[in-house]
Design a protein around this ligand. Structure first.
Ligand code: CUA
Length: 339
């Protein structure tokens, strides 16, 4: 695993890890340079201006504007270079690019549960392909955890009741450490695992290998029926007593307070566990809460199902970018054509 010439530096295996290291070494370089400069000058002055006789009185100093300006402007420029470089890297790391492959992660005391969009589940392991952009959508069941992969130089809190994301593109096949980096109770130090980076073809084989499990979207569809969501939102999210869910994800939603928001994972989750919090314009507070009835993993599955619902679905069986919606539309017989 050790590959750097500097001791204790973890393997560098993602597209950002080299950039993080470069910034880190710049910071270290600035620190070392000024440590040496200041201690060197200090020792020099201590010797040069030492008291030579017991009653010596030094010559008074009036000060120097030139010097004051110099040692203010230079550190300012250095500090701003750290800020600009750090901010630029932070934005790159924290904004997932488009066309990422999404993977759901749920942290709990004391394990990592992973589910791929094709249905594969893993515990304390995460298989990913090399050279593809991966976005993790993460939440926690109990307390705050933190998903940390040192070799990728990525780290993000995993918070109950929220969805945080983290993205990376692995550059080198191998097995890398996964840590929980937020103290989360007695076995925090045991909340570890592996990220296994595979060649793209190996990964595709692995992904299609054990496909006995339902995809999150299909599992979400089953929950959608068993929990009775269909009676108000329609079997394909076409709406009824409840708002339309087809095409909801990413769309602007108008609330009865006059405000509006963009429908994301957090909004959908809140509307399931606390339906009165944000009522859609034109709808009353009639939906019961599902708090405590659905686990975080099931919430992610319902969200995956809602994400897969497309607004218009004229020919459900033909090709489309979201297979889950096609399966959903094909297997559910249309009920009560309201419009
Ligand atoms: Cu989970 Cu520390």
């Amino acid at each position: 695993m050790q590959s750097s010439w500097i001791p204790f530096v973890p393997d560098s295996a993602s597209t950002v890890s080299g950039k993080v290291d470069a910034l880190y070494f710049y910071l270290s370089g600035v620190t070392v340079f000024f440590t040496l400069l200041i201690s060197g000058v200090l020792i020099f002055f201590v010797i040069k201006y030492r008291r030579r006789t017991p009653y010596e009185i030094p010559r008074p100093i009036a000060g120097s504007h030139k010097l004051e300006i110099l040692w203010s402007v230079i550190p300012f420029i250095i500090a701003m270079s750290i800020f600009a470089w750090g901010a630029q890297l932070y934005f790159e790391q924290s904004r997932p690019p488009r066309n990422t492959n999404e993977i759901y992660v749920v942290g709990k005391q004391w394990m990592w549960k992973v589910q791929h969009t094709t249905g594969q589940r893993e515990i304390n392991e995460l298989h990913v392909p090399v050279g593809r952009k991966i976005k993790l959508i993460m939440t926690a069941e109990d307390t705050i955890h933190d998903f940390f992969v040192p070799a990728f130089r990525i780290k993000a809190d995993v918070v109950p009741g929220r969805y945080t994301t983290e993205w990376f593109e692995a550059t080198k096949p191998g097995t890398y450490h996964l840590f929980c980096a937020e103290y989360c109770g007695m076995n925090h130090s045991g909340m570890i695992g592996s990220v296994i980076v595979m060649e793209a073809t190996d990964f595709d084989n692995w992904l299609s290998g054990n496909s006995s499990q339902l995809s999150p979207a299909l599992a979400g569809q089953q929950l959608f029926q068993s929990l009775g969501c269909v009676s108000c939102h329609g079997a394909n999210g076409e709406g009824g007593r409840g708002p339309v869910l087809a095409g909801l994800f990413g769309r602007q939603v108008f609330l009865n307070t006059g405000q509006s928001l963009r429908a994301d994972e957090a909004y959908i989750r809140e509307s399931i566990v606390n339906p009165q919090a944000k009522l859609v314009s034109g709808f009353g507070p009639i939906m019961p809460t599902f708090q405590g009835q659905v686990s975080e993993e099931q919430l992610l599955q319902i969200i995956a199902f809602i994400k897969s619902l497309q607004l218009v679905n004229p020919q459900p069986a033909t090709s489309g970018p979201r297979p889950a919606a096609n399966i959903a539309a094909a297997t559910v017989t249309p009920t009560l054509a309201t419009r």
